[in-house]
Write a protein that binds this ligand. Structure first.
Ligand SMILES: [Zn+2]
Ligand SMILES: [Zn+2]
Length: 144
C-alpha cells in the first residue's frame, strides 16, 4: 500500500467530514499503515513512544477511536486490534480474513452473512452487536 497517497486521501476525507487529521492522528495512522495485518493498541502505543519519546495511552486510544469513527480503520474485536480500511468509510460490517501462513489480512463485505447470523441468534433472543468478525484460513498466494 502506498502510505503517502493513503494519508493524503485520508486528510481530504477527514476535511470533507469537518474533522482534522492532526499530527498525532496522522502518526497513529501511519503506524497502522506500516503494519502488515492486524495491530493491537499497545503495539501502536509502543511504536509511538519510540518515535515521540512519550505518548499517553488515553491520547493514543482516542486517536484510534477517531480513525475508526472516520472509517479509516476497522476495529477487529476478536483480536482487540485494528486494520486499515482500504476503501474508506465502509458503510457495512466487514469480514476480516487472516492468512494463517503469511499473516495477510483482507476485508470483504459481511452484511449478508451477518444478517443470517443475526437471524440465527435472534431465535434465542440474542442481539448481536456491530462487529467485524475474523476468520482464519489460507490466502490465494499461500495456496500454491
Ligand atoms: Zn473497510
Ligand atoms: Zn498467505
Amino acid at each position: 500500500m502506498d502510505i503517502r497517497a493513503y494519508v493524503v486521501a485520508a486528510e481530504r476525507h477527514c476535511a470533507q467530514r469537518g474533522s482534522k487529521l492532526t499530527a498525532l492522528r496522522r502518526q497513529v495512522l501511519e503506524i497502522v499503515l506500516s503494519q502488515q495485518g492486524v495491530i493491537k493498541a499497545y503495539q501502536v502505543l509502543a511504536a509511538l513512544q519510540e518515535q515521540r519519546g512519550v505518548a499517553a495511552p488515553p491520547t493514543v486510544y482516542r486517536a484510534l477511536d477517531f480513525l475508526v469513527e472516520h472509517g479509516l480503520l476497522h476495529k477487529v474485536e476478536a483480536l482487540n486490534g485494528f486494520i486499515v480500511c482500504d476503501h474508506f468509510d465502509c458503510q457495512h460490517e466487514s469480514l476480516i480474513l487472516v492468512c494463517q501462513l503469511c499473516g495477510k489480512v483482507q476485508e470483504i463485505d459481511a452484511s449478508a452473512s451477518l444478517a443470517v447470523l443475526r437471524e440465527a441468534a435472534s431465535t434465542v433472543t440474542f442481539t448481536l452487536s456491530q462487529q467485524n468478525p475474523l476468520l482464519a484460513g489460507v490466502c490465494d498466494r499461500c495456496q500454491v
